[in-house]
Design a protein around this ligand. Structure first.
Ligand code: HEC
Length: 201
């Protein structure tokens, strides 16, 4: 058997002395380019970690996930493809962009009855814990969509569409926190169709 040819650089390095199935190993220094790539990567990882987690990116991964899920829920609502549940609507209510879009709708469509501070007027207060039709997110979406026509609350579903109803519901919800008390109260508004005698004692 003839020995395989060795170049001079290989001959400089001593053999390590072990043999696996006839394969032997030279005891050679790692090339400098390889070592500097490794050191460079270690240095880069430090700066990258510092930048990514502390400086350049104030939003945490969890916050970014929440925001993206909110955007997805909103896109799903806009397409009419998915029904929004309470959890999705609460998420949307913590999303600045969704809430800002909802505020715009509120200031053009709702402010005349519910007031700029949402404390009511012709319409009822939307910031307190008293709810006539329920204070859960899906109940708010339902009352927005269908309205309470005989009490003077228009049906917004056909006017705004699903996505903008969801945004304005998120804006209302941004004045509330998940899990807070919900008190069901009777409507203060006298029904336009109910007999007057029913309201007067
Ligand atoms: C023309 C006046 C008017 C406008 C405009 C109006 N609302 Fe109302 N809204 C009312 C009245 C009146 C009620 C109370 C209904 C009742 O007594 O059952 C009400 C009730 C509600 C409720 C239910 C409150 C509860 O306690 O259950 C929500 C939520 C609501 N409005 C949100 C909105 C939003 C959001 C808009 C804008 C897209 C809007 N409203 C526009 C008059 C209005």
């Amino acid at each position: 058997m003839s020995q395989p040819a060795r170049n001079s650089a290989e001959e400089d390095a001593p053999l390590k002395g072990h043999s696996f199935d006839g394969i032997e190993e030279y005891d050679k220094k790692l090339p400098n380019w390889w070592l500097w790539t490794l050191y460079g990567a270690i240095a880069f990882s430090f700066f990258y970690w510092f930048y990514f987690h502390w400086v350049g990116n104030p939003e945490s991964t969890a916050q970014r996930l929440d925001r993206r899920l909110g955007e997805i829920a909103l896109a799903a609502a806009a397409s009419g493809g998915a029904e929004l549940d309470n959890a999705a609507l609460w998420k949307m209510s913590r999303d600045e962009k969704v809430v800002a879009d909802g505020r715009k709708t509120f200031l053009t469509q709702c402010v005349s009855c519910h007031g700029a501070d949402l404390k009511g007027g012709i319409g009822v207060n939307l910031t307190d814990k008293d709810w006539i039709h329920g204070g859960n997110p899906t109940e708010i979406v339902a009352v927005l969509t269908k309205g309470v026509l005989d009490k003077g609350m228009p049906a917004w579903g056909p006017v705004l569409g699903k996505a903008r109803v969801a945004q304005v519901a998120a804006f209302v919800l941004s004045h509330h926190t998940e899990g807070e008390e919900i008190r069901i109260v009777p409507s203060p508004t006298q029904s336009a169709t109910a007999p007057a005698a029913a309201a007067a004692p």
